[in-house]
Ligand binder design. Structure first.
Ligand SMILES: Cc1cc2nc3c(=O)[nH]c(=O)nc-3n(C[C@H](O)[C@H](O)[C@H](O)COP(=O)(O)OP(=O)(O)OC[C@H]3O[C@@H](n4cnc5c(N)ncnc54)[C@H](O)[C@@H]3O)c2cc1C
Ligand SMILES: NC(=O)c1ccc[n+]([C@@H]2O[C@H](COP(=O)([O-])OP(=O)(O)OC[C@H]3O[C@@H](n4cnc5c(N)ncnc54)[C@H](O)[C@@H]3O)[C@@H](O)[C@H]2O)c1
Length: 479
């Protein structure tokens, strides 16, 4: 078997891997990117894109129902209904009917070489790719190997879970028709978004979350408001319990809850978190354990492996498992590889060097597309206190701004900032409400820029927009 030499080999053509490849090629290095399923990764076909394609129509319909003069001309029903078949058809367009040729063409257009097959490390700077036809390609990376193999769903220890045809995010975002009913296990972002979408598309939904809160890593108000909205929609939310056993009896799944109760449905959906997709990736050939998280430093270099040649980006690092954060890591990773290849290592230092993933620790951003939406950046009050910061948080009702009251009748929303009292800067912000997603970036700039409150005072929000809430928050803090 001959070995092909190439500067950089990337394992996995999800959003993180693709972005490393694109940026490294643009800097003049040669790149092979290995993909075992579809170019574009989980995000494009079974995660971000199809879920948002399901959510946007039901969100828009709910917004229209909050707007007199619009709701009356829709269909007169005012019941929040949408044409589910049309929604599913549009979802199918967004995932290109699972055809990845346009993504593959894009990779080709960057100048990177797309290698179809399952890649695995086979020692220092070596990668072997097993193809479907039984052949193997051997690659030698002269500069670097980047692992970007994403994540896979966690299957909790529930008796019978492997025998009931449980759905993961794949079946749950790709369902060809609206299921009559479903039980969703897990009340994180996946569980809450799927419950919102499928309930409003017509399914009966039971959501089981073992903690006392939905969206437990976010500010408490986020989970509380999403809980209240899901219950108003008719979702049966069970908090503080889990499923101990499941069994399928014909078309019905029976789930036994920890408290002894039983719920039944057509489908059982697992949304209980994700673990790094590193099984069979050959980590054992470079001194790590197969299936482990890939620990990285702030420059995305894998720690504990000598020679500065192995990097990891995206979900497989088990940091913030979000597409945009994976792409942020990817940009840093590419620039680090290029800098090392040119011997320009002096530029690698510094908290705000382009090659540092500082925001991973201080300014992770996330939008959960429930109704209300939740948009958050940086630290929650609790996380800030746990980090030893002296903080105070203030909240303001977005519906009390003129922009909020114009946005929808009875607009309900809450904005919260977490202020570092000593430095007088915002270290975290959370917005909960209709149409708040695009307000997040203002908060992100505040947090990353560490803009002092006294300077923020001069960032005058336009009237009448919901951004006036930023001014009201400063006033509430005492400015
Ligand atoms: C239902 C759902 C909704 C989500 N919604 C959002 C959202 O709205 N916004 C957001 O920011 N994030 C969202 N996420 C998270 C987001 O999908 C992930 O953070 C993102 O896909 C991670 O990108 P990645 O490139 O690290 O991995 P992936 O997208 O998982 O891509 C990894 C790629 O590597 C390939 N691969 C794996 N092993 C090998 C191998 N050995 N050889 C070759 N190729 C291999 C895989 O086939 C895959 O194509 C959502 C997740 C889920 C489950
Ligand atoms: N819009 C977005 O940004 C978006 C949307 C979906 C997913 N994602 C990302 O994808 C990743 C995976 O999301 P997720 O929601 O699957 O994971 P998660 O870890 O965020 O949430 C899983 C939830 O399931 C609960 N849980 C775990 N085991 C359970 C059990 N046995 N019984 C009952 N509840 C149980 C946990 O308490 C937790 O609340 C996350 O990192 C998330 O941020 C992002």
């Amino acid at each position: 078997m001959s070995t092909q030499e190439i500067d950089v080999v990337v394992l996995g053509a999800g959003p993180a891997g693709e972005n490393v490849a694109d940026r490294v090629v643009r800097a003049g290095l040669s790149v092979a990117i290995v993909e075992s399923e579809r170019a574009g990764g989980e995000c494009s076909y079974w995660a971000c894109i199809p879920s948002k394609a399901l959510l946007r129509p039901v969100e828009l319909r709910a917004a229209a129902d909050r707007m007199p003069g619009v709701r009356e001309v829709l269909d007169g029903s005012g019941d929040g209904s949408v044409d589910a078949d049309a929604v599913l058809a549009r979802r199918d367009e967004f995932v290109h009917h699972f055809d990845d040729s346009s993504q593959a063409d894009w990779i080709g257009s960057t100048g990177a070489l797309l290698v179809r097959g399952r890649g695995r490390l086979s020692g220092e700077r070596r990668v072997e790719v097993d193809h479907d036809d039984g052949t193997t390609t051997s690659l030698a990376a002269t500069r670097a190997v980047v692992v970007a193999t994403g994540s896979v769903p966690t299957m909790p220890p529930v008796n019978g879970i492997h025998d009931v045809g449980a759905w993961t995010n794949r079946e749950a975002t790709g369902a060809p028709r609206v299921p009559g009913s479903m039980i969703i296990l897990g009340g994180g972002a996946v569980g809450c978004e799927l419950a919102t979408a499928w309930r409003r598309l017509g399914s009966s939904v039971t959501l089981v979350q073992h903690g006392e809160r939905l969206l437990p890593t976010m500010e408490p108000a986020a989970g509380e408001r999403v809980l209240s909205s899901l219950r108003d929609d008719g979702v049966d939310v069970r908090l503080g319990t889990s499923v101990s056993a499941v069994r399928r009896d014909g078309s019905t799944v029976h789930a036994t809850l920890d408290d002894g109760g039983e719920v039944t449905a057509d489908e059982f959906v697992v949304a209980a978190g994700r673990r790094p997709g590193t099984r069979g990736v050959g980590l054992d050939t470079v001194g790590m354990r197969d299936g482990d998280v890939l620990p990285v430093d702030d420059t995305t270099l894998v720690t504990g492996v000598d020679g500065e040649w192995l990097y990891a980006v995206g979900d497989c690092t088990d940091r913030a498992k979000l597409t945009h954060m994976g792409k942020y890591q990817a940009r840093a990773c590419a620039d680090v590889i290029v800098a090392r290849s040119k011997g320009e290592t002096a530029m690698l230092g510094g908290r705000y060097a382009k090659t540092a993933t500082t925001a991973e620790r201080t300014a992770v951003t996330q939008v959960v597309f429930t109704d209300p939406q939740v948009a958050a950046v940086g630290l929650t009050e609790r996380a800030a206190r746990d980090a030893g910061l002296d903080v105070e948080s203030v909240s303001y009702d977005i519906g009390s701004t003129a922009g909020g009251s114009l946005q929808a009748d009875g607009y309900s929303g809450l904005a919260t900032i977490v202020v570092d009292r000593e430095r007088r800067v915002v270290v975290g912000a959370t917005l909960v409400g209709q149409d708040v997603t695009d307000m997040l970036h203002a908060a992100t700039v505040m947090v990353v820029g560490e803009v002092p409150l006294e300077r923020l005072w001069h960032a005058v929000p336009s009237f009448p927009t919901m951004s006036e809430v930023w001014l009201r928050l400063l006033e509430s803090y005492g400015l």
